[in-house]
Design a protein around this ligand. Structure first.
Ligand code: AMP
Ligand code: MG
Length: 350
């Protein structure tokens, strides 16, 4: 049975939080909001807790979990070595959507790291998440709280729909501000390498470190390079319907998508168009939604998963989505969209 707790981030209920912390400490599972997406958490020091997470999500056990902490003492319980570059990034971006790899101590179960010698750690920027970790008194291992392969949940209603009965408790809290997962970076590698693009951009990181690169295997579909982050090799973020991603100049994408939507409707396919404010008024066919303005990538990010989940709720068979330039947050948005589309991309105006 799953207990549902409503928590307001501006008036955190101490008694409820203590109860939730106890569930985690004693080896149970709790879904909680963070600023990135909702997480499915369990005690990072508990051997069987990771198994419960993998089971609830249906996640392959070779895909390691991120450990969430609320203070630096907890980091010291997880690793002996904090490289200078890691310290500089933590000073700048914690609490926030940046996950760093460290050499792990034996305190962290091999099941959490899928037998890797490194552990991924972050300090979330969410009052509810931080209060939960503090009350639990232990770091919390937590992947996104979606069923494996599906878009990540950014609102309480998403997790309530998918996860009731699969975990011990769900916190009904705020919508997630960032809406996309954290950036995962390995600073032990020279030069430091971004294994998964996320809420903190390469450009922001480059202001702190001399050099930083993306893992060259990111977003490759030809199988010639294996991503260093195990999670990047799986299909992910996918609604049930077929996602077709469009790329190119905004007006060209509008023409391509309009044509495609029309032929889908003529073929009696239920089509959903996910565009931007600049283009939506021009779309005529299908169910039409806007992610927000092209000039505001934060807004686009925070709406993205929620609209992919909406596609399932509406039973869309085909989902046509406008793409973005791959700089700044656009790189993260396109990483998620490429995965959601399984690499089905139409280049417009070539
Ligand atoms: P999620 O928890 O669903 O947001 O995914 C966590 C991501 O972090 C996945 O892509 C994992 O593969 C990645 N990750 C976690 N731990 C490690 C690690 N030790 N080394 C490389 N990637 C990791
Ligand atoms: Mg995930």
């Amino acid at each position: 049975m799953t207990i549902l707790y409503t928590i307001e981030s501006d008036h955190i209920d101490e008694i409820k939080m203590q109860e939730l912390g106890r569930i985690i400490r004693e080896g149970g599972t709790v879904i909680f909001p963070t600023e990135t997406v909702y997480g499915l958490g369990a005690n990072a020091f508990c051997d069987f807790a990771a198994d419960k997470i993998y089971m609830a999500k249906g996640r392959p056990s070779d895909n390691p979990l991120i450990v969430h902490i609320c203070n630096i003492e907890q980091l010291n319980q997880i690793t002996d070595i904090v490289p200078k570059k890691a310290q500089a990034l933590m000073d700048k971006f914690w609490p926030g959507p940046l996950t760093l790899l460290f050499k792990k101590k034996d305190t962290i179960s091999d099941r959490i790291t899928s037998n890797l010698p490194t552990v991924a750690v972050r300090m979330p920027d969410s009052k509810i998440a931080l209060a939960l970790i503090e009350k639990a008194g232990v770091p919390i291992a937590a992947p996104s709280a979606n069923l494996s392969g599906k878009p990540s949940p950014t609102r309480a209603e998403h997790v309530i729909h998918d996860m009731m009965g699969r975990v011990d408790a769900i916190i009904k809290g705020d919508d997630c501000r960032v809406g996309l997962e954290s950036t995962v970076i390995d600073v032990m590698h020279d030069p430091p390498v971004i294994l998964r693009p996320g809420g903190i951009t390469l450009e922001q990181i480059a202001e702190v470190l001399d050099s930083v690169i993306y893992d060259p295997a990111l977003d490759r579909y030809d199988g010639t390079l294996i991503p260093k982050s195990p999670g990047q090799k799986y299909t992910h973020y996918s609604p049930i319907g077929q996602v077709i991603l469009f790329s190119g100049e905004s007006g060209k994408m509008r023409e391509c998508i309009s044509k495609e939507a029309k032929s889908c409707v003529e073929a009696s396919k239920k089509v959903m168009v996910i565009g931007t404010n600049e283009n939506v008024e021009n779309y005529k066919d299908g169910i039409i939604f806007s992610l927000g303005s092209r000039t505001n990538l934060e807004e686009i990010s925070s709406n993205l998963f929620s609209l992919l989940i909406k596609a399932d709720q509406l039973g869309a068979e085909i989902i046509l989505i406008e793409g973005f330039s791959e700089t700044g947050l656009g790189k993260t948005i396109m990483n998620r969209l490429k995965k959601a589309s399984g690499g089905t991309i139409i280049r417009c105006g070539d």
